[in-house]
Ligand binder design. Structure first.
Ligand code: BGC
Length: 494
């Protein structure tokens, strides 16, 4: 079996604590029959606790819709962050724009030459680098110097396809995919880090000011015209090509969702004047925590994380965590059920030794003897496995991935039903597109299927006929550049 390249939801190696299984001392006293029974009983309990039958999905969707409303009104419920994106790109935008994208496994810098209505995207060029793990716990200056240096390198590349009109400053759309309290389209305060980032001195600061200072240190005279979340940038990028896009979702290392909201349905923005009457709201649904099926393994993983008690929906459904939950289940099965023989494979103690891409690769193994599963377990964790152990490993993966995908589907329905309730018929009565980006969605077929099945189960096949769930590949890069153009200080020239 070939291991599929599933880059963008690789978990970074964060500073997690090592979790010991509970009953390690009794292992050698058991008979084989007792051990097998114990593994089966852990699996049975896991399946029961992770189950997502329709009533559970419905409760999750309803609770999330209610939390969305609460968040739009005040400071409880979901964060429901106003993005200050009130106008989406029209297609008339012209000129050279840059996009920076920081938020998951990679840092990307992109430039786009826009040619206006007939020509649209004339040329694009980008650089992408993995974020060095040490940068995730560096200082604010170090992180932003790294970003500004990446931008400087791309801007310096000579390429006849990209032209900035004389006398104009380069403008940037900055995709910063962490919870930010936006104060305007081009400023926002970092509320907290997620996804294993723990950069010091940044929380509580305006991230655009941090970037401006770093650009100054690089001698770069450019301007951030739009600060956006990756979900927001994805929505803008997808809507540029298809006006029916109303919702965008990120399912990658982390997760988030955003949608187009009516200004008068956002009580916490009372008094805000908007020409379009609309604004994209970034739900930060990763922070949702109600009615979610949860197990002792989820609680152990959360307790060992750098943000215990936070981002529970994200920790249940997103790419950074699925592999880690499976590792904890296998560790317990190895310890109390001798899943991999009399001793516990030492490497299974290492946090994040199994990534979500590994689960994905194992689930694609169609060989009769599950050779691919065996090799991957050995390569990654030095685990020797029997055929029956491999089958158990696959059942564990499927249980965790099914729960994640199904709950992601319930989240999508939560947003659609909230929009539908406020605007009878506008969502389910016509074609509505949900644009999704992120490595987990893109590369994990089983996850995608579970997600789609859950949406269909919840809304029924008639309404599903009007709903299009589509992949918007790297839409967030172009989307951020487009939003820089929409908010350009030179837009009267378009
Ligand atoms: C962040 C969101 C982001 C999402 C996807 C989450 O951890 O809080 O702001 O959109 O990851 O990258």
């Amino acid at each position: 079996m070939s291991v599929i390249a599933v880059g963008s939801f690789l978990p970074p190696p964060p500073p997690y604590r090592r979790i010991k299984p509970r009953f390690t001392t009794m292992v050698s006293l058991r008979s084989d029959a007792v051990s097998v029974a114990e593994t089966s009983s852990i699996l049975r309990k896991l399946k029961e606790e992770c189950a997502t039958p329709l009533p559970v999905l419905r409760q999750v969707a309803d609770a999330m819709s209610a939390d969305m409303r609460a968040g739009l009104a005040a400071a409880h419920g979901l964060p429901m962050i106003p993005s200050f994106v009130e106008d989406l790109p029209t297609g008339n935008e012209k000129g050279l724009f840059y996009a920076l994208d920081l938020g998951g496994t990679y840092f990307r810098v992109l430039r786009v030459q826009l040619g206006g209505n007939n020509e649209r995207v004339v040329a694009t060029d980008f650089d992408q680098v993995s974020i060095p793990p040490q940068l995730m716990s560096a200082t604010c200056e170090e992180l932003f110097d790294f970003i500004a240096l990446g931008l400087a390198k791309l801007a310096a590349k000579d390429d006849g396809r990209f032209n900035l009109s004389p006398g104009k400053k380069g403008e940037i759309g900055f995709t910063f995919s962490f919870p930010v309290r936006q104060t305007s389209i081009d400023s926002g305060i970092l509320v907290k880090w997620t996804k294993g980032f723990a950069v010091s001195g940044a929380a509580g600061r305006d991230v655009v000011a941090c970037l401006n200072e770093a650009m100054e240190r690089q001698g770069l005279d450019m301007r951030v015209s739009a600060l956006v979340n990756d979900a927001v940038a994805t929505l803008a990028g997808a809507e540029y090509w298809d006006n029916d896009v109303a919702v965008a979702i990120i399912l990658g290392t982390g997760t988030n969702a955003c949608y187009v909201e009516q200004i008068d349905a956002i009580p916490k923005l009372q008094g805000h004047v908007s020409s379009s009457g609309k604004m994209i709201i970034s739900t930060e649904w990763g922070a949702f925590s109600k009615r979610l099926p949860s197990t002792e393994f989820d609680r152990a993983m959360d307790a060992a994380s750098i943000n215990p008690g936070e981002q529970i929906f994200e920790k249940t459904i997103s790419g950074m965590y699925l592999g880690e939950i499976v590792r904890l289940v296998l560790l317990e099965m190895a310890a109390t059920g001798e899943l991999f023989g009399k001793s516990i494979p030492e490497n299974l103690y290492t946090p994040f030794i199994l990534g979500t891409p590994d689960l994905c690769a194992m689930q694609q193994d169609k060989s009769g003897d599950l050779q691919g599963v065996g090799s991957l377990l050995y390569d990654k964790a030095r685990v020797e496995s029997t055929f029956s152990a491999r089958k158990t490993v696959l059942e564990v993966c499927d249980t965790i991935v099914k729960r994640g995908g199904s709950l992601a589907g319930a989240g999508i329905v939560a947003i659609l039903q909230k929009m539908e309730e406020d605007s009878k018929g506008v969502i389910f009565g016509k074609r509505t597109v949900v644009a999704i980006d992120g490595g987990l969605y893109e590369n994990y077929p089983q996850y995608r299927t579970y997600m789609q099945d859950s949406v269909k189960e919840l809304i029924g096949s008639e309404k599903s006929n009007n709903l299009v769930i589509e992949h918007s590949k790297d839409g967030s890069g172009i989307g951020a550049a487009l939003l820089a153009a929409t908010n350009s200080m030179y837009k009267h020239d378009f």
